[in-house]
Write a protein that binds this ligand. Structure first.
Ligand code: 3HC
Length: 295
């Protein structure tokens, strides 16, 4: 099956990045948010990201303009009736996702493939609520989506091999590298990443080293672009706690049990860069301040 028209539900941080990547690759891209103000916010994010792409010389101004021209916003899922592929990127709450897919199932043709960008929820739980469990998969992008080259293609027990093949080709057309994996908690990357990030928090709790020294050790000793605390602040402490809770519920493995400090920082509202404070402090532009205030 050939995909030409893509729909993205949710125009937040991940949804806007995914939609931008689709439009840059030449796909007609329709995005849906519940309110026009969220659509405007999403397009502001896309515009600033496209400006970075142009500044970095990875696209010309004309190419960026053409990509922007392939994107449209709507507040109505009924407008998704002509889409070949729909990617859902709404809040990580199973009820909200099921409601979106229920509405889409009634609106889209039987050939339309549905995907969720969930990082932690079970794909088959969403697939089973639709009339197309064979044309339902996970398509997991990484933050920042316009930059990160990997997309996990998640095959649930109901997903057909033909759907996986179509999505594999689609991801390749996006200029990204697909990694096919089973519908298991954390898929590939978060299954490996979460125990590592939680281990860093436990090392901090045990007084092994400071936030800065742990981050520097990983950046300089392993050549990671970010240390674990920078990455947790970047993706959000609340998101990391949520994913850890889901992995722990499934595996009951102490390596994915959320540390007390993570829970308490989330309760205190220290959610990372987006909140101005996580393991580091941030200015109003989201830039890290030089000092490490964490106690
Ligand atoms: N849009 C477009 N381009 C962007 C961008 C964006 N939002 N963010 C960064 N860039 C580009 C810059 O323009 C620059 O391009 P260039 O190298 O061609 O000039 C390049 O990316 C590097 O950016 P910067 O120079 O501003 O900053 P850094 O070198 O520090 O890189 C980073 C920023 C790409 C975020 C890098 O620090 C990094 O790769 N960090 C790790 C990110 C990561 O691990 N993400 C996965 C998180 S886990 C996840 O998403 C799973 C989920 O389920 C939680």
């Amino acid at each position: 099956m050939e995909i030409t028209k893509v729909g993205v539900v949710g125009f937040g941080l991940m949804g806007s990045g995914i939609a931008q990547v689709c439009a840059q690759a030449g796909f007609d891209t329709l995005v849906r948010e519940v309110d026009q103000s969220f659509i405007d916010k999403g397009f502001a994010r896309v515009d600033s990201s496209l400006a970075r792409v142009v500044k970095a010389g990875r696209a010309t101004e004309d190419q960026a303009k053409a990509a922007r021209g392939r994107m449209r916003g709507t507040t109505s899922l009924a407008d998704f009736n002509d889409r070949d592929l729909v990617i859902e990127a709404v809040i990580e709450v199973i009820g909200a996702k099921k409601q979106v897919f229920g509405e889409l199932d009634a609106v889209c043709g039987p050939e339309t493939i549905f995907c969720s960008n969930t990082s932690s929820l079970t794909i088959v739980e969403m697939a089973a609520t639709t009339k197309r469990p064979d044309r339902f998969a996970g398509l997991h992008f990484f933050n920042p989506a316009p930059v990160m080259p990997l997309v996990e293609v998640v095959q649930a027990i109901t997903t057909s091999d033909a759907t996986v093949a179509t999505l594999h080709a689609f991801v390749t057309k996006l200029g990204k590298t697909p990694a096919v994996c089973k519908d298991t908690p954390g898929f590939i990357v978060n299954r490996l990443l979460v125990p590592y990030l939680l281990g860093a928090i436990r090392a901090l709790e045990q007084g092994v080293a400071t936030v800065e020294d742990i981050d520097n050790a990983v950046k300089l000793g392993l050549r990671h672009p970010m240390g674990p605390f920078e990455l947790i602040d970047y993706t959000g402490l609340d998101i990391n706690l949520h994913v850890a809770n889901i992995l722990f519920e499934e595996f009951r493995d102490p390596s994915v049990a959320p540390p007390a400090l993570l829970k308490r920082m989330v309760l205190a509202g220290r959610l990372g860069a987006k909140a101005g404070r996580g393991f580091y402090e941030y200015d109003e532009k989201g830039q890290k301040k030089p000092s490490t205030p964490t106690k």
